[in-house]
Design a protein around this ligand. Structure first.
Ligand code: AMP
Length: 291
């Protein structure tokens, strides 16, 4: 029987473990999560295990990235089940701090982010990316790993984190891993657990809209046509649309006036009842044979 991961609750203790492993010549990978783990998370762990000798997974539901009317209180939490899952994977440490550990009483410092943090999620969720950047920076101090792994599922978040790492000169490599989907295409998310069975069917429209966007993109359709197509598909499924857009993948800027070979991405976000879901699909360069 393999031993499960060691569960560590303080920054000082996990930092000492990671530094000792590195001093012994071991490469350490880090997967930050909010728990309620699914195959999207475990795919990040698999990549980290493939690249590194030891892997740390953090599990912490970060209050500062939730808005006042968002789902912080009801966000699913199950540390015991998460640790069992990670025990099947050869994860060495789980870092599970409490809020007093991550935000000491009287704390008054936040990381401010602009650039890729401004449109889309940043506009709809004021303060969200400041909360994300603050906790990720804090986690990187506690877990001074060689490489950190993030999911392309939260594409804008990956841009914000990569920019923060560059801007602050943080000594860690960021690796972005592909989105893991359910067999019918729905991107895995801890929030999928909120969906009723009817909403679960409706939610297929997110990935179907993105797939159609990819087909239309390859066929040479305009950004406006593709965007309208995504909006119609989401609307027809009863999804309250927050946005549906095709933009430059690395900057999230409009594609007009950018070179044709600029990498593009389709982004969608919307609500089914109380549940808000996001998804995206990188658009491979347009085929040369367009109609
Ligand atoms: P969360 O626990 O939702 O904060 O996610 C923790 C990490 O897992 C983030 O880097 C997410 O982008 C990533 N992640 C969440 N869902 C998926 C998915 N379906 N596929 C790949 N990565 C994911």
């Amino acid at each position: 029987m393999t031993a499960g991961p060691s569960v560590i609750h303080t920054s000082g203790a996990i930092r000492a473990e990671v530094l000792a492993a590195q001093a012994a010549g071991r490469r350490v990978g880090f997967v930050p999560t909010m728990g309620s783990l699914h195959a999207g998370h475990t795919s990040l762990v698999e990549q980290a295990l493939a690249d590194c000798d030891d892997v740390v997974v953090s599990i912490y539901v970060n209050p500062t990235q939730f808005g006042p009317h968002e789902d912080f209180d009801r966000y699913p939490r199950n540390l015991a089940a998460d640790c069992r899952l990670l025990g099947q994977q050869r994860v060495r440490w789980v870092f599970a701090p409490d809020t007093a550990e991550m935000y000491p009483p009287g704390n008054a410092t936040r990381i401010e982010v602009a650039g890729p943090a401004e449109p889309f999620e940043g506009r709809l969720r004021p303060g969200h990316f400041s909360g994300v950047a603050t906790i990720v920076c804090r986690l990187f101090q506690a877990v001074p790993a060689d490489t950190a792994y993030f999911g392309a599922k939260d594409w804008q978040q990956t841009l914000v984190i990569k920019r923060m790492v560059r801007d602050l000169g943080l000594p860690i490599e960021v690796r972005v891993c592909p989105t893991v989907r359910e067999p019918d295409g729905l991107a895995m998310s801890s929030r999928n657990a909120y969906l009723t069975s009817e909403q679960r069917q409706q939610a297929r429209a997110f990935s179907l809209a993105l797939e159609q966007a990819h087909v239309d993109w390859q066929a040479g359709a305009s950004v406006a046509t593709i965007t309208d197509g995504m909006k119609n598909a989401l609307d027809a499924a009863g999804i309250a649309i927050d946005y549906a857009a095709v933009v430059a993948a690395e900057t999230l800027r409009p594609l007009e006036s950018l070179p044709l070979e600029t990498a593009a991405i389709a982004l969608v976000a919307g609500r089914l009842g109380q549940t808000r879901l996001i998804d995206n699909l990188p658009l491979s360069p347009r085929g040369s044979a367009t109609c």
